[in-house]
Design a protein around this ligand. Structure first.
Ligand code: PAF
Length: 281
């Protein structure tokens, strides 16, 4: 494993690679790595000659400065977890490497077809502008053939696919299934901030999603949703931001007759930590 703390180190390494014969996979992260990240990296290592894993807590995608300040960071622990991957390059850039001037913070101009307007987009103003800005910048710096994203951030995955279609058609965007704890909690760097009882309470988000999915087989999806929203509102440990269904491709309104596939999405707060999860109907 190699660790680079600047663009110049990464550029020097990649200039010496023969890009015609060697493939580069890319796993962008904000650190505080967990098994979900390790599965992405494991897959990327199998499918590419080299894998770059970026660790960069991107300030432009946080709409809340308190959230940014308390986002978990532990580079030493992350590097220990990554040390078992021999063909891995860890890229840990500074803010100046990513945003040398304010012009670099300008979001890319892409028509996201409304994907950015719902759920995380509606509840975290500016979030997807920040994500597309940093991912575009990272793709330009790393220039991978394949990039890997986890499906817990399903909306992000669809948006990154559109970004790649517009700016980087040569990069294949690959999605990995959500990795869950034994109790069903979707793994997330934010889970580190939960207490043991918080982890148990947070695992109920997954139960609520499963209940919507199973009820939707016998009832109209809207009454299933209404019933489960009512239950969550009675759950004193969970503060619901949204529980909603959407078309899996467009994220527009799910229509049981017209949509090819639907998904249910949740965002909620447990112990003041914001968590998201989703499931196919
Ligand atoms: O999913 C994340 O961890 C981040 O949004 C990403 C893609 C690394 C961009 O900062």
């Amino acid at each position: 494993m190699k660790v680079f703390h600047s663009n110049s180190e990464l550029d020097f390494w990649s200039a010496n690679l023969s890009k015609d014969t060697l493939s580069i996979g890319f796993v962008p992260t904000m650190g505080a790595l967990h098994l979900g990240h390790l599965k992405l990296i494991e897959r990327a290592c199998l499918e590419n000659d080299y894998v770059v894993c970026s660790i960069y807590v991107n300030p432009t995608q946080f709409n809340n400065s308190e959230d940014l300040a308390k986002y978990p960071r532990d580079l030493e622990k992350d590097l220990k977890l990554l040390s078992k991957f021999p063909n891995l390059v860890v890229y840990h850039p500074s803010d100046k490497d990513i945003y040398p001037t304010d012009d670099f913070k300008e979001p890319p101009k892409i028509d996201l077809k409304g994907l950015e307007k719902v759920m995380e987009g509606a509840n975290r103003p500016g979030h997807f502008e920040g994500v597309t800005t940093v991912v575009k910048r990272l793709f330009e710096i790393v220039r991978p053939q394949k990039a890997y994203f986890g499906l817990k951030d399903y909306q992000q995955y669809l948006i990154v696919k559109r970004l790649a279609d517009s700016y980087f058609p040569e990069i294949e965007i690959i999605a990995n299934e959500i990795i869950r704890s034994e109790k069903g909690l979707a793994l997330s760097s934010r889970n580190e901030q939960l207490s043991n009882s918080g982890l148990i309470q947070a695992a109920r988000l997954n139960n609520y999603l499963r209940q919507v999915v199973s009820m939707s087989r016998n009832y109209s999806i809207h009454s299933a949703l209404e019933k489960i929203i009512g239950e969550i509102e009675l759950d004193s440990n969970i503060s619901l931001e949204y529980l909603t269904i959407a078309d899996a491709e467009t994220l527009s309104d799910y229509n049981q007759l017209k949509s090819k596939a639907g998904m249910v999405f949740i965002a909620a707060w447990v112990e003041n930590i914001r968590l998201i999860d989703n499931m196919r109907l």
